[in-house]
Design a binder for this molecule. Structure first.
Ligand SMILES: Nc1nc2c(c(=O)[nH]1)N[C@H]1C(S)=C(S)[C@@H](COP(=O)(O)OP(=O)(O)OC[C@H]3O[C@@H](n4cnc5c(=O)[nH]c(N)nc54)[C@H](O)[C@@H]3O)O[C@H]1N2
Ligand SMILES: Nc1nc2c(c(=O)[nH]1)N[C@H]1C(S)=C(S)[C@@H](COP(=O)(O)OP(=O)(O)OC[C@H]3O[C@@H](n4cnc5c(=O)[nH]c(N)nc54)[C@H](O)[C@@H]3O)O[C@H]1N2
Ligand code: SF4
Ligand SMILES: [Mo]
Length: 749
């Protein structure tokens, strides 16, 4: 992947290398300039098959992010209460001793795991976090998913029998896009992998399409829209029920080609009967006629897609909202058709099997010990982590492994979580920074920076608006003796398997490979049915364990070479030979391949969701005198871990409260406000802006930096919005924290 030397550098031999950006879900291809092992510049790779040169300020700061002097270069272990640098061997020995002692006394299931957001962006997160969890045999697994998209997994699971069957708006081809509770111009998109989302929205409007944005704030995305509706926070599910009601009421339901593949339409009609636009208008703070116009617009468009994200998900009725987004897509015939909401096909998913009914999707196969929350996708709510750590008794979490997560800032009531983390017998963190969470650890194992890591989008290959496959080998060699993140996680797994801290990490991969091939060769529907597993193992590219596993997944996948059966198919070697990636074409209808419900059809009215509507009905009459708090993201930020770079921090990227001018005047608030929520009180500087709906204020998350080694972040720490939240309100079906729509009281200070 190393290309020609860069001209004009006489003393160094600078060169360029291509690298997929791991900093958000847009997965842009970058061209890095590398000088003496340091990334000195980054620009968009114009030849990238997916992103075609797009880059944002974070990608452009790749070098600074990669070379941040506060990144840990050596592991830290706690000695006499202090975290001090040590060697890798000593660090892994400390992990073996510390976890070993807990496991000997209480068993692997007493060790909790918290996996954070960057796992969605690394090979290690995709391929090795599951191995660590399996090695523990623990049910105490937590992740950022219950601070984010778990409602979507739940609704996809119940509707399609597959919680990973993401419905992605076909932004390139749609005639009518409804963005509800998302701000892709700032976030660059989420659960819809789109490079240059803003450019594509402009293109949509230029070709005569319509963009409707539903958001209590006039965001940058809303500013681009033909129509902006600003509802009260937390009311998307009611609003969408009003849309569904209108579709039935005005005879606009038309399933088109889906008609034979959907059950539950009449149940949905019955559910929506009580939610006329006039009934929900007051609750939503939107005129009934606006809701009807929205429904008519979606129904009348040649193609349309409704796309919801954080504002629809991390709210009181997040599962209902996530479900209703796709209910509207189905009722208007827009699911699984070009221009609608479509199912991408990941190159590392299984090759399609013939359509057949599945076992469906179930939650609650076990429950959390303290509050009895149902498991969802084998996870418990992140808001339940602290109580599982701190409540004594059988089944208490005695140790924890955090991987790429900072829940002390990102989850509600981090102060309590921090105390709980201090109370465990042993804590390991795999993280490049000493931060608000990892400072509680006994051992911190820092992965190398992105330039020294290979990249493949294991998770995000399930959500692109155009199918593709791209791989970046490390752009810079790892320093001798430094393990990459796959190796770190493999060595933890080997400790858990009882093989000690110094076993060969490749053992993990060879075991996974052998297990996968044994299953595939025995499966009559597999493309390698009946073949000799050992012979297939021998055909895998030599290389590091993760390379062999990626080769395996690509070759068994829908575009794979099926181990020679389709010689033109994908292998890792082919991806390496195509450094700008391989385009696999526009999304195509594939509902039959996706569906795994017991009925073999789209289940439009899953019982748990229908039952939850009663909770929503009860909320309709509720009026609140308080203000309502929502979140806010910034283009030059990423959750909690990008406030440490001079190029990204500062300017408009500040931890301030946004409030409408009339609200500020009523309250006598000018430059600072005191904010009181269910979990605590904070003071923050104020920015007065008519972009906010009246009665709604926003404060970004990921701030409140304290007690860490992030020197730039420490100069502008901000406050931790999640300290206003005690975490007691969750979306009950998915266990997802309510992060948007929190009642707060405001006062000047
Ligand atoms: N109030 C409020 N709270 C929110 C949100 C909100 O909108 N409002 N958003 C929520 C959402 S959507 C999410 S996803 C969560 C995020 O929740 P978390 O994932 O818990 O938090 P992050 O801030 O993303 O922390 C990422 C951690 O990964 C580390 N890291 C970065 N790169 C790597 C890597 O390559 N390998 C490893 N091992 N570690 C790495 C960073 O140093 C940091 O410690 O926050 C949630 N919290
Ligand atoms: N620059 C940047 N990019 C990021 C991140 C980042 O921190 N910074 N984080 C990444 C992560 S982890 C994620 S999950 C994605 C999130 O991607 P998005 O969901 O697109 O990002 P948010 O800014 O959280 O957008 C949520 C929007 O919902 C609105 N909202 C709040 N409450 C409600 C409500 O009740 N109803 C409606 N309709 N709207 C509401 C908010 O005003 C906000 O504009 O972004 C990713 N990309
Ligand atoms: S949009 Fe996301 S993937 Fe693209 S350069 Fe920016 S941070 Fe990286
Ligand atoms: Mo997220």
């Amino acid at each position: 992947m190393t290309e020609a030397p860069v001209a004009g550098s006489s003393t160094h031999t600078a060169h360029t290398a291509l690298r997929i950006c791991p900093f958000c879900e847009a997965t842009c291809g970058l061209t890095l300039t590398i000088d003496a092992g340091q990334v000195t510049a980054a620009r968009g790779d114009r030849d990238d098959v997916f992103s075609a040169g797009f880059i944002c300020p974070k990608g452009a700061s790749f070098g600074e992010l990669d070379g941040d002097p506060d990144r840990l270069v050596a592991p830290l272990v706690r000695r006499n209460g202090e975290l001090v640098e040590t060697t890798w061997d000593e660090a892994f020995q400390a992990v073996a001793d510390g976890l070993g002692a807990v496991i000997a006394e209480h068993g692997g299931p007493s060790v909790a795991v918290y996996a954070g957001n960057p796992n969605a962006h690394t090979i290690a997160g995709g391929l090795y976090v599951p191995v660590v969890i399996k090695g523990l045999g623990t049910r105490l697994t937590f992740s950022a998913s219950t601070l984010d998209q778990m409602p979507k997994h739940l609704s996809l699971g119940l509707m399609f029998g597959n919680p990973l069957a993401f419905t992605v708006p076909d932004v390139d081809r749609t005639d009518y896009l409804v963005v509800i509770g998302a701000n892709p111009l700032v976030s660059n998109g989420s659960l819809a992998t789109v490079a240059d989302f803003g450019g594509k929205l402009k293109a949509l409007r230029k070709r005569g399409g319509r963009l409707v944005v539903i958001d209590p704030a006039r965001t940058r995305t809303a500013a681009l829209a033909d129509r902006h509706l600003a509802p009260r926070p937390g009311t998307d599910a009611a609003l969408l029920l009003g849309v569904v009601h209108t579709l039935f009421d005005e005879d606009l339901v038309d399933l088109g080609a889906l008609a034979d593949h959907v059950v539950g339409v009449e149940e949905v009609r019955a559910v929506a009967a009580d939610f006329a636009p006039e009934t929900v208008a007051g609750h939503c703070g939107i005129d009934a006629e606006e809701i009807r116009v929205l429904a008519r617009g979606i129904a009348a468009a040649p193609s349309a897609a409704v796309y919801g994200r954080m504002g629809t998900s991390t709210v009181e009725f997040g599962s209902l909202g996530s479900w209703l987004v796709d209910v509207v897509n189905v009722l208007t015939g827009n699911l699984d058709r070009p221009g609608g909401a479509m199912f991408p096909q990941s190159p590392v998913s299984s090759a399609p099997r013939p359509p057949k009914p599945g076992r469906g999707f179930r939650t609650g196969r076990w429950h959390s010990r303290v509050s009895g929350h149902p498991e969802v996708l084998s996870e418990l709510p992140a808001t339940a982590l602290a109580e599982e750590l701190e409540t004594p008794g059988d089944g208490q979490a005695k140790a924890i492994i955090t991987i790429a997560g900072n829940p002390v800032l990102s989850a509600p009531d981090g102060e309590r979580l921090g105390r709980a983390l201090d109370g465990v017998d042993f804590m390991v963190s795999v993280d490049p920074y000493l931060n608000e969470t990892t400072r509680h650890a006994d051992v911190i194992l820092p992965p190398p920076p992105p330039s020294q890591s290979a990249h493949f989008d294991v998770a995000l290959s399930a959500t692109p608006i155009r199918n593709n496959a791209r791989y970046s080998p490390p752009a810079v060699d790892l320093p001798p003796g430094r393990p990459d993140e796959p190796e770190i996680l493999c060595r933890i797994a080997l400790i858990l398997y009882g093989l000690g801290p110094f076993a060969d990490p490749a053992l993990v991969d060879e075991q996974v490979i052998a297990g996968t091939l044994a299953k595939e060769t025995a499966d009559p529907e597999s493309p390698v049915a009946g073949r000799d597993a050992a012979e297939l193992v021998g055909m895998l590219a030599p290389g590091r364990g993760y390379e062999r596993r990626l080769d395996l997944m690509l070759r068994l996948g829908p575009y794979g070479d099926w181990f020679g059966a389709r010689p033109d198919g994908l292998t890792l070697a082919r991806l390496v030979d195509a450094p700008h990636g391989i385009d696999l074409g526009a999304l195509r209808p594939r509902l039959g391949e996706v569906l795994r419900t017991p009925s073999g059809k789209v289940e439009l009215a899953p019982e748990p969701l229908v039952a939850d509507v009663a909770r929503l009905a009860a909320a309709l009459g509720r009026t609140d005198d308080d203000f309502v708090l929502i979140g806010r993201r910034h283009l030059r930020s990423n959750n909690s871990w990008m406030h440490n770079l001079p190029a990204l921090a500062g300017g408009s990227n500040r931890c301030t409260l946004h409030i409408h001018p009339d609200d500020a005047a009523d309250l006598g608030i000018t430059d600072r406000a005191r904010i009181k929520g269910p979990g605590g009180e904070l003071e923050a500087p104020v920015e007065i802006t008519d972009a906010m709906r009246r009665g709604v204020v926003s404060l970004p998350h990921g701030w409140g930096h304290a007690g860490t080694q992030q020197t730039v972040a420490a100069t502008q720490p901000g406050v931790n919005v999640n300290q206003l939240n005690d975490g007691s309100t969750i979306d009950p079906l998915s266990g997802t924290a309510v992060l948007n729509g929190i009642p707060v009281q405001l006062a000047p200070c």
